[in-house]
Design a protein around this ligand. Sequence first.
Ligand code: SAM
Length: 271
Amino acid sequence: MTLTRTEVRSLLDRYGIRPKRSLGQNFVVEPNTVRRIAELAGVGSGDRVVEVGPGVGALTLALLETGAEVTAVEIDDVLVEVLGEVAGDHVALRIVHADAMEVDWGVLLGDGPWTLVANLPYNVSVPLVCDLLDDVPAIVRLVVMVQLEVADRLVAGPGDDAYGLPSVKVAYHATAKKVGRVPPSVFLPRPRVDSALVDIVRRPEPTVEADPEVLFRLVRAGFGQRRKMLRGALRGLVDEAGLVAAGVDPTLRAEELDLGQWAAIAAGVAR
Ligand code: SAM
């Protein structure tokens, strides 16, 4: 069971909800789409799923339908109320009224493994994915629907236009691939752009040995001035000799370096 377009419309009307752009409120109104997401996540009985931004509950119901236990974190108090009506009596659902950017995930989830499955709000999708990868090892997989442009940033590699700090962060912690495209027509209200599904699987250990604090200080500085050569963009953090010692040409730009090269530079830099 999940929600049809008519059911979502009627819930929004009944609660007097006008979707807030500031909270990325584009609700899925196409049952096949939420079922497809639940299927891609491959979760079922005995699995624990955390959903960020359940909204009126279309995806939540599809996830519950698989037999998984779902913890749903929603920031909007009216939507928490709606979700209570739609699915609140389901024994496998825990509704948490909180800002996903502020929640104490360690306390909320305890030990893993958890799978995050979500149609993420646009406003926080990139920082949330990055923070969860950095700080919440209990989440071992993330199956997320995001704007296409965000999906491209998460999965990009060296040389791609979308390659940047989030791409390096994802590559450091996980493998990631785009697993489908979703048109604006499945949402209410319709966004202006296409969305995409991204499957992010955490690695047991990062593939490079590097102090993450040093590594991402360098990556942030490098992409902060992405058109500059590394010898300029990283000035004050590592000198030209340090780049050469790491086997990296100082005339390259941040967008040309893979994770291994970033780690090689980081290895020569003190904390
Ligand atoms: N899951 C629903 C669906 O697929 O129809 C709604 C997805 S909608 C794109 C994003 C949801 O995230 C909204 O319900 C919004 O209120 C919620 N949200 C936005 N920012 C949030 C935050 N910081 N923490 C938790 N929920 C948030």
